[in-house]
Write a protein that binds this ligand. Structure first.
Ligand SMILES: Cc1cc2nc3c(=O)[nH]c(=O)nc-3n(C[C@H](O)[C@H](O)[C@H](O)COP(=O)(O)O)c2cc1C
Length: 316
């Protein structure tokens, strides 16, 4: 009998589209919480992931901030890792072979101090086998503009997007900072700059103080808050952004359970990323894929896509 690959018949159908990139299910791992994936190979089935997003990569290696760099807070954690990473060249030569062999989409998270740096990293990633997309972290200081984060200024955010988009040969996802008063302005600016999709949120700026020493707990004084504590803020921002742009939105922030993930999809996210929860349960992403699959079956949904943006606001 002739084999017919009738993709319509996949059941349960968990596929989602992030622009031109189709992924097998909406669950991705968030940058900085999943290393370069290999660290998790004996802890979970990596092949079950919709996509993997690796630790942020800069043009040159970065040592990161001095310790203490992490502190637990109520329902979350603060980190000030300082974007420690091996740099783009070592990333390509030492990490990409393994990642490409996983046969799941690999999205490379990039960061820079200037437009030129963002452009150069992107150029080095052109043609590298296994790279399915680029996620642009714009929560980084622009050294040429006195250290103001790219992501807090709509015109700078658009300029970074444009620079990366002009150099990239794969879809570009721009990751927004929540540390702004109106996130929809930045979202629209990056959409105008040519982004293929938008992910949000990165961490919220916070701090913790040690009462005994009267010193900040983090050596860097301030750090990024993540985990369940930020979920309601993230969900609100995803809802606002998904209502303001027409490109796909990826929800991030405090997702720990299948129910959390489904809330983000209803709010308008086409996919989600799991961050801090990986530190508590390294299998959580796989468990959420299983949970979403069960939901589609139990609810008799034609596909998971059918609930994206399905939030009812008005009665009836
Ligand atoms: C230890 C740590 C390191 C992170 N490193 C990065 C990074 O390199 N690039 C980036 O865009 N986001 C980074 N993030 C932010 C996460 O990807 C995510 O946006 C944020 O933690 C919110 O999601 P969560 O509450 O599920 O953790 C990091 C977060 C943590 C906790």
């Amino acid at each position: 009998m002739e084999f017919v690959d009738n993709r319509e018949d996949i059941f349960p159908d968990l596929r989602v589209n992030i622009g031109s990139l189709e992924i097998a299910n909406p669950v991705m791992t968030a940058s900085g919480t999943f290393g370069y994936a290999r660290e998790f190979e004996n802890l979970m089935n990596l092949h079950r992931l919709g996509a993997v997003i690796v630790k942020g990569i800069s043009l040159h290696p970065r040592p990161g901030n001095p310790p203490p760099r992490i502190v637990e807070t109520a329902c979350g954690m603060l980190n000030a890792i300082g974007l420690q990473n091996v740099g783009v060249d070592r990333f390509i030569s030492e990490k990409m072979d393994y990642l490409a062999g996983l046969n799941i989409p690999v999205i490379v998270n990039i960061l820079g101090d200037s437009l030129a740096e963002y452009r150069e990293i992107t150029e080095r990633l052109v043609g590298v086998p296994g790279v399915a997309g680029i996620e642009v972290n714009i929560s980084c200081p622009n050294v040429k503009k006195g250290g103001v984060a790219f992501g807090t200024d709509p015109s700078m955010a658009a300029a970074v997007t444009k620079a990366v988009k002009e150099s990239a040969d794969v879809p570009v996802m721009v990751k927004l900072s929540p540390n702004v008063s109106d996130i929809t302005l930045v979202a629209r600016a990056v959409e105008d700059g040519g982004a293929d999709s938008i992910s949000l949120i990165n961490t919220l700026i916070g701090m913790a103080i040690d009462l005994k020493t009267r010193r900040p707990v983090l050596a860097n004084v301030i750090g990024g808050l993540s985990g369940p504590a930020i979920k309601p803020v993230a969900l609100r921002m995803v809802y606002q952004v998904a209502s303001s742009v027409s490109i796909p939105v990826i929800g991030i922030g405090g997702i720990e359970t299948t129910e959390d993930a489904l809330e983000f999809l209803l709010a308008g996210a086409s996919a989600i990323q799991i961050g801090t929860a990986n530190f508590i349960n390294p299998r959580v992403s796989e468990e959420i894929v299983e949970g979403i699959s069960k939901y589609v079956v139990d609810e008799k949904l034609p596909s998971i896509r059918s609930i994206i943006g399905g939030l009812s606001i008005n009665d009836g």
